[in-house]
Design a protein around this ligand. Structure first.
Ligand code: AMP
Length: 430
């Protein structure tokens, strides 16, 4: 068996850390958009969209798609799939238009989605990322006049986004030159199959001249594999996380602990084999608190931790998140305000060290422990200082079937809002 070179070993290690599995040969995952060789304007648009760093699916799918590979990408909805095909498409279209200057602009890429709504969403997303670039889009879905859609394509577009039914209709009734289409995306293939679009997808694909085919799905099945084989040869399969697993709710654990003892309690958790489940995000109430606590954790427990908050520059925050993602720091101490990228980092445990003033914020924070179908845990410290949210917190804990600390249950600030038994709960609203 051939041995792996140094670069390949590095790539494999990175994939392991990011829970990316690859069948076939593709280049290494990238940790930043700047290493993807993208036009400056596109990079600017990505930054303007608030994407600090690629999500795991983008890290692997963007370089693989840029290599021209046919691919099946298995990842959850919400994992950043659309950008992982739109970014290489836009980049390729821009360089094509710069290289081959011609009056007749034929479409260069096509994205099929199973629903009208999803097509609209993908087209919007494409427009956002392709803003200011030689990149026009046409939407081909039912419910809108076909003549207008046809006219738009004839005026010259780079990308067509649409649903299979309407596209077949358009293609059989009108002459559209699809010879230049080099990228063909089938989004949500599992859903496409469920809705019976198999034959239409194949029909559209045969109208194209052997484009690169990118297929995205949340689940893998025999039918999907069969369809993939009919659409493309030498297909690479990229799996991110375990997309077949159902999304499990966050398990909450509320612990009554006085403010003075919170730090020690936290250290106990972090040093306990049973409770320590990295990667962990710890939420605190202030920026200074975040810096001090991160430092205290490192000093007292030897666990490398780092703070992240709005006072740190975007570049520094990005670097911190990247290190967190590859496991250099198992713990991040953060204030509530964090970029959306963190939602996608695969956090397993959230510790709410300082209970926020609003229950909405609490729900948002603990939600970060359950991304991409992973089961997560949220530990929350609570004491009398948080009495303004007691009643609502009890509700949230109950709805998650979590145990309620005795002190919380018996507190006058909780019981004040309840009269009688469970069924006769009366909530006092401000
Ligand atoms: P999708 O899975 O494509 O539906 O994307 C889910 C959401 O994630 C959308 O709101 C995207 O705008 C957002 N998103 C995609 N990529 C990134 C990224 N790299 N950083 C932050 N958000 C992202």
């Amino acid at each position: 068996m051939a041995s792996l070179g140094g670069d390949q070993i590095q790539a494999e290690l990175l994939r392991k850390k990011l829970d990316i599995h690859v069948k076939g040969v593709v280049s290494a995952p990238v940790m930043s958009f700047t290493s993807c060789n993208l036009p400056d304007k596109l990079l600017h648009n990505i930054e303007a969209a608030g994407y600090e760093m690629p999500t795991p699916v983008q890290m692997q799918a963007i370089p693989a798609a840029s290599m021209g590979k046919n691919m099946i990408v298995l990842a959850d909805t919400g994992s950043g799939k659309s950008a992982s095909f739109l970014i290489p498409i836009i980049s390729r279209c821009v360089s094509h238009r710069l290289t081959y200057v011609s009056d007749k602009k034929k479409p260069l890429a096509m994205v099929l989605t199973p629903t009208r709504e999803l097509s609209i969403q993908v087209e919007e997303h494409a427009k956002l990322l392709g803003k200011g670039l030689p990149f026009k889009t046409a939407l081909v879905v039912g419910g809108d006049a076909m003549a207008r859609q046809l006219y738009r394509i004839q005026q010259g577009v780079e990308l067509i986004v649409g649903t299979p039914g309407r596209l077949v209709d358009l293609l059989t009734k009108h002459e559209i030159d699809l010879d230049d289409i080099t990228t063909f995306v089938v989004d949500e293939v599992d859903c496409m199959l469920q809705r019976g679009f198999r034959d239409q997808v194949l029909q559209i694909c045969t109208a194209l001249s052997q484009p690169q085919v990118l297929m995205f799905s949340a689940t893998m099945s025999d039918d999907l594999e069969k369809m993939a084989n009919s659409l493309a040869k030498d297909t690479v399969v990229i799996t991110v996380g375990e997309p077949n697993r159902p999304n499990k709710a966050v398990k909450q654990l509320a612990i009554w602990v006085e403010s003075k003892q919170k730090k020690q309690k936290l250290f106990d958790i972090l040093t306990s084999q049973k409770h320590f489940k990295p990667p962990i995000v710890i939420y605190v109430g202030s920026r200074l608190g975040a810096d001090l606590l991160a430092n205290a954790i490192t000093v007292s427990t030897g666990i490398k931790s780092v703070s992240i908050h709005g006072e740190k520059s975007m570049t520094v925050r990005r670097e911190i998140m990247q290190s967190f993602m590859v496991g250099e720091f198992p713990v991040i101490v953060a204030t509530g305000v964090l970029g959306r990228g963190v939602d996608l980092l695969g956090v397993r445990q959230v510790i709410v060290f300082d209970m926020p003033n609003s229950i909405k914020e609490y729900v948002h924070q603990i939600g970060r422990a359950s991304r991409m179908g992973e089961e997560g845990q949220a530990i929350v410290f609570v004491n009398d200082e948080n009495r303004n949210v007691f009643a609502e917190l009890v509700d949230v804990l109950k709805s998650g079937a979590a145990a309620i600390p005795r002190e919380l249950m018996n507190s006058q600030y909780t019981t004040r809002f309840f009269s009688g038994g469970k069924g006769s709960k009366k909530r006092k609203h401000k």
